[in-house]
Structures are given as structure tokens and as C-alpha cells.
Design a protein around this ligand. Sequence first.
Ligand code: ADP
Length: 395
Amino acid sequence: MKILVVNAGSSSLKFQVIDMTDESVLCKGVCERIGDKESFLNYTKGDKKFKIDYAMPTHKEALMFLLETLVNPEIGVLSSLDEIGAVGHRVLHGGEDFDKSVLVTDDVLAKCHKNEPLGPLHMPSNILCMEILKDLLGKPQVAVFDTSFHQTMPDYAYRYALPDEDYKEMKIRKYGFHGTSHKFVSKIASELMGTERFNLITCHLGNGASLAAIKDGKCIDTSMGFTPLEGLVMGTRTGDIDPSVIGIIMKKRGYSDVTEFVNTYLNKKSGLKGLTGDSDMRAVTELKENGNDNARLALDMFAYRVKKYIGAYAAALNGVDCLVMTGGIGENSGAAREMILENMEYLGIILDKNKNATTRGKVELISTPESKVKVYVIPTNEELVIARDTYSFVK
Ligand code: ADP
């Protein structure tokens, strides 16, 4: 069976078609700059890459163009859309309604609509894609929530110390994100450790970044919060910050609307980008190598924040047995991993510096035999989790 995986962002739409007989990726791509004048599709089939300009004022046009492309006799991978057995959707927010993936029904869609205010930038496009494909393909659809893995957190970890009614009336709390990734690498870690009963810290370090503390396979804390803004220093996000600065900066920088300030300034103009002008770890690393002190500072801040969270989660878990690095930075940047994990012998983390420096994009143990904590690099694959979850409902 072939499964279409759809991951709708606020202005993008990522997709893959996966053949579940061998879990091979038949094609993948991303519609970018949806809603912009210059929208286009980046499409990869095998080793061939295509960039196709196409007007996509909304996610609807993007989806229609994607389906057209999949059956395009020249570059497509399907002879008819009927070959798609099911569709798996990454859905940003499950609120408190979903602690696992579900078959999309009218009731599920109604709950997603109810949770729209929790993810105002992503949820409308997530829901739109599910609704359009429901009518268009008439195939089973499965919603895989970025938040559901974190629903096992205890209340003292997920509540904010705000007046009680803010939680009761508005469900203001920590939800956590990147759940499919944390879950995927934690499963592989459990296979490598040969047990399900161990204390694990997973570090998903990409453009967005978060940590999770996982006890016996269950998440007990995570660094992102009500939205993905909380926690680590990220590509364009501040992470943790004292909210008292907001009013001061807004006044000086001419913002009158707090929502706009949070969505643009704190989410898109801060983090590595705010500190150095560039959000990409490779570019910032290069700047540092060329002597740029802002880049040095940004990388120090990035690594220090991760280190502090590891310490916090080691305490929350009452000790760590295993630590996993994943995401674009966690999988590929030996330099970032070393900055984070050096000088942590007290916690039982001893990095094998040579192995760390040469490991990129593959499963590898990068701690020394003496290290009490086993440190692994494990590449994540969120699309595969979504495809597997979807397949489990329909096979
Ligand atoms: P997203 O959150 O957008 O899915 P990714 O998980 O793809 O992001 O991670 C993107 C980040 O990974 C970027 O900051 C990029 O610079 C970084 N990255 C990718 N490859 C390398 C590398 N070889 N060395 C350092 N950083 C890398």
C-alpha cells in the first residue's frame, strides 16, 4: 500500500509518498511560500530534483497541484490517485483531546477546530488539508499529533503557575511538540538499550529544537511549552525569556499588537538569527570560524541552554541512562554536540571525541565505554512515523 504523508505548515506543505511494502520513499517535496506571489514546488523523485513555479494562493491550490504532480506522466509516481491507500497528516496540536494518532472522523475534525486557537498559525492549514482530501480522495486519513507523545507529563510539569482559572477555562499549559520525533528515537534507543525501563533524554536539535525527559518510554517533561516558543535557543526563536521585556521592546520597536510581536519578533527574528543575522547552524558555525564574536556568543548560548536542560532533566528523572541527539544539528554537527556534552562527567556523560567528530546522519554510540550514560546519535524520521501510524489503522 502507498501512503501519502502531508505536513502542512503555516505557509508550506511538505509531503512524501511512501510504499509500505518496503517503506521506500517514492517521491517527496514541499510547496513553499504558499500565499506569496512567488510560490513554488520543490519536488524530488529518486535522484531527480525539480523546482516548479506555480501560483498557490492557499493550501487548497497547493494540495491540488501536489495531487496533479503525483499522477503527472513525466514526473509523477502514481498511475492514478486511487493507488493512494491512505493519507497521514501531521497535525500540530492535539490539545488534551489526543494522546495518540487517530482515524480522522467528523468528531476528530470538530475537536481539531476546537483546538485551533492553540495553534493559530498551523491548525487552519492542517484542518483544511484533512477536509479537502476527505472529499477529494475518499480514502482513510489518520491524524498524527505533534503533541500527543507528551500527554503523559504529570500535572506539576505541564502546568504554569498562573491563576487556576487560566488552565480551567483556556487550557493554558505546557503541551510540547516534536512528539513524533521524540517517540521515534526513543523507540530505537530502547532497542539499543535492550530494555524499555530506563531513563532517557532525547535532544531534537533542528531549526526548531526541544528536549524530552522520558522514563520507561513515557514522556515526563519537555522543553517546548504552550507553543514551540518556549525552551531552547532555536534558529529564529528566543526560547525561555522573562516576559517583562516584551512591553519594553514592543514600545521601542513600534509594535502595538502583542500577538504579532510574539509571532514575528520572538518566533521569527530572534534566536540564532537575531543574534547573528543567520538562523542556519552551518552558516553560524562558519561565521564563528571566521572570527565573528556574535556567532561565538550565539553558539555558546545555544549549547549552554541545552546543557542546562539536560541537567534539569537528569534531576527530574533521578539519573540518566541514555541520551539521544537527533534533528539536523543533533545528527550532523559534531561541534555542537561536543559543546553541549563536554564537561558533564559529573552526570556520567563522557563523550568519545573522535567518534563524535566523525559521526553524521547515522545511528552511532558516541560515548566512551566508561561513560555511565550511553550517548547515541539517532537520525529521526517524522514522515516514516506518520506513515507507520497511518498504515497501522488500514493494513
Ligand atoms: P527543521 O526543524 O527545519 O526540520 P532540521 O532538523 O532539518 O530542521 O535542522 C536544520 C538545522 O540543522 C539547520 O540549522 C542546519 O544548519 C543544521 N545542520 C544540518 N546539517 C548540518 C551540519 N552538517 N552541520 C551543522 N549543522 C547542520
